[in-house]
Ligand binder design. Structure first.
Ligand code: DC
Length: 219
């Protein structure tokens, strides 16, 4: 049983997906962390994230594993736990850039599907319902007003101690949106059979309640 949650940055996907997974006793799979891990490796190797050829060359000699313990997820790159290094602004931008490369997407696909085989997974990303798990029985696509998404992301960054302005946050988010929605492979689009939820005026608990209602009634 897989529950797919897709949507743009700042829409509250991670919060909601984590809550939903905890309530149902499912595994929470944050697929963005895998793209971030590839970006981290590129930066660590001195490769510019925009250099498609070099990033692609890196893949065969890279290993990425996810470990799940007590509901938390760790990401190992070449055996090293890099979980704490994946949410810096540099990695965030680089992840958005490398995620547009078809070779990167192709390479990460079996890793995601293998985790899905464990069953009982809430998977969150951009192409979960369209590409990674197209036959997931429950698919949700979350969206929210751009101003709400910027405000949420800005609050998160400030809470994490990052001194960014609302303007910078807004520009980064819209650049990322543009890249995620317009890339040629697996762009961010709702699956035809996804249930759409506008989270602009909803709390995470309210979104999760809608999801649980949908899952328990099988609709
Ligand atoms: O969800 P996130 O912000 O951690 O994702 C980081 C980047 O990875 C995001 O800019 C788009 C990309 N991504 C993707 O292309 N497909 C996914 N399933 C998940 C993330």
């Amino acid at each position: 049983m897989i529950i797919a949650i897709d949507g743009p940055a700042g829409v509250g996907k991670s919060t909601v997906a984590k809550l939903l997974a905890a309530r149902l006793g499912y595994l929470y799979l944050d697929t963005g962390a895998l793209y971030r891990a590839v970006a981290w490796k590129a930066l660590q190797s001195g490769i510019r994230p925009t250099d498609r050829e070099q990033v692609t060359t890196l893949l065969p000699t890279t290993s990425i594993h996810m470990q799940f313990q007590h509901g938390a997820m760790q990401v190992l790159v070449d055996g090293l736990d890099v979980t704490g290094d994946l949410r810096t602004p540099e990695v965030t931008t680089a992840a958005s850039i490398v995620s547009a490369f078809p070779a990167v997407r192709e390479w990460l696909l079996p890793i995601q599907r293998q985790i899905g085989q464990r069953g009982s997974v809430v998977a969150e990303g951009r192409d979960i319902g369209t590409k990674v798990f197209p036959s997931a029985p429950f698919k949700f696509f979350l969206d929210a007003d751009a101003t709400v998404r910027v405000a949420r992301r800005h609050r998160e960054l400030v809470a994490a101690g990052r001194g960014v302005t609302a303007e910078t946050t807004s520009r980064d988010l819209s650049d990322r949106d543009q890249r995620d929605r317009t890339r040629s492979v697996d762009p961010l689009v709702p699956a035809g059979d996804a249930r759409f939820i506008d989270t602009s005026a909803l709390s995470p608990d309210q979104v999760v309640a809608q999801m649980i209602a949908a899952v328990s009634t099988g609709s």
